[in-house]
Design a protein around this ligand. Structure first.
Ligand code: FAD
Length: 324
């Protein structure tokens, strides 16, 4: 049987969910909260490590899941702030191998505008929870909940699959944890083919770049690709979004995508998956990963509008996507 005929149906674990509810959050302690960008950037992103030792979350969060953070204080209506979710950025056994330290990748939300999207009042807006979390210092306490989510886990048998991870922004968080779990944390690191495609507006916005460069240098089965959208390339051509990068190198990626054992994961900005779907469909590589609903299926992929793709596809179990 050829590779593409073999069955590639993945099996996923049943993770723990909502062990700690929003109504009775537990207290974690910040261990470190260091910047994790490649250079001096207009964004601010931190690798936030939290000690959850002694709480029901210890050892119970799986990579691919998120946890909740409740900022202190009240919103504009005097109600306690709502919980915000943050993806785990560490392997399932935590940052230190015993499940006690969990980590995430926190980006400060800084914007200009008013409470209404149509309001052009030029006032500084600071996201409540992201700025609270980024401000925290080692030793500070933080209210947390979770774990949440079961749609983007690693399969039960990781070595039975190859992987394409596609990330934009803090969507890199789960892939940091997955790569550490696949390549460095297990007694027998997987020898699967693993590609990470990371998109960022500028080179200085690449998150965990030094870690991925090191992993690529030490694991020949791991390949690290970057797509920089707002910088011209050395030869003067315009920058690339992740889907442009995939399209330009489709001959390199096609053998991986045709393999029945390959899983595609995408995480990051809402809408990022649409360009990927379009490129896959244009090159007849999409069928293993998604099925267009009838309205979309009646249109040739070259004419697919991004807005129609957004709700126009059903994912197969080989395509795992989380966007926010
Ligand atoms: C499953 C999941 C995983 C996630 N993982 C991560 C992660 O790993 N890392 C991460 O950083 N984030 C992650 N997020 C996003 C995170 O949950 C928060 O949404 C994010 O940090 C912003 O929260 P905030 O409280 O800072 O912003 P909020 O205060 O909630 O504001 C959010 C948005 O509201 C708009 N807004 C509201 N009021 C105004 C106003 N007055 N003026 C202008 N704009 C306004 C802004 O556009 C702003 O972006 C994840 C979300 C989900 C659903």
């Amino acid at each position: 049987m050829s590779d593409s005929q073999a069955t590639g149906a993945p099996r996923f674990p049943e993770p723990d969910l909502n062990l700690v509810h929003v109504k009775s959050p537990v207290t974690g302690t910040i261990v470190s909260n260091d910047t994790c960008l490649r250079g001096k950037s207009a964004s601010f992103v931190r690798h936030t490590v939290i000690d959850v030792g002694g709480t029901p979350l210890e050892g119970r969060c799986r990579i691919g899941q998120a946890f909740g953070v409740i900022a202190p204080g009240a919103d504009g209506r005097g109600k306690p702030h709502k919980v915000r979710l943050y993806s785990l950025a560490c392997a399932s056994d935590g940052e230190n191998g015993n499940g006690r330290l969990i980590a995430t990748t926190t980006k400060r939300v800084i914007a200009e505008g008013g409470p209404d999207a149509r309001d052009d009042a030029h006032r500084l807006f600071l996201g409540v929870c992201s700025n609270y979390l980024c401000d925290l210092q080692p030793g500070d306490e933080v209210k947390i909940t979770g774990p949440n989510g079961k749609r983007m886990l690693l399969p039960i048998d990781p070595s039975a699959h190859d992987y394409l991870f596609v990330a934009t922004g803090t969507g890199i968080a789960p892939f940091r944890g997955m790569l550490l779990e696949l390549l460095e944390n297990s007694n027998t690191p997987v020898t699967s083919d693993i590609h990470l495609l990371m998109g960022a507006p500028y080179t200085t916005d690449l998150i965990y770049d030094d870690l991925f460069v090191r992993l690529a240098a030490t694991h020949p089965n791991f390949h690290y690709h970057t797509a920089i959208s707002r910088e011209a390339r050395d030869d003067g051509r315009r920058g690339l979004y992740v889907h442009d990068y995939l399209a330009e190198r489709i001959e390199q990626f096609a053998p991986l995508l045709r393999r029945a054992r390959t899983l595609v994961y995408a995480c990051g900005l809402a809408g990022m998956q649409c360009g990927l779907f379009k490129v896959l469909a244009q090159h007849e590589l999409g069928a293993a990963y998604f099925e267009p609903k009838p309205a979309l299926a009646s249109i040739a992929p070259n004419d697919w509008e991004l807005s129609a793709i957004r709700r126009g596809v059903r994912l197969t179990d080989r395509c795992l996507i989380e966007v926010y």
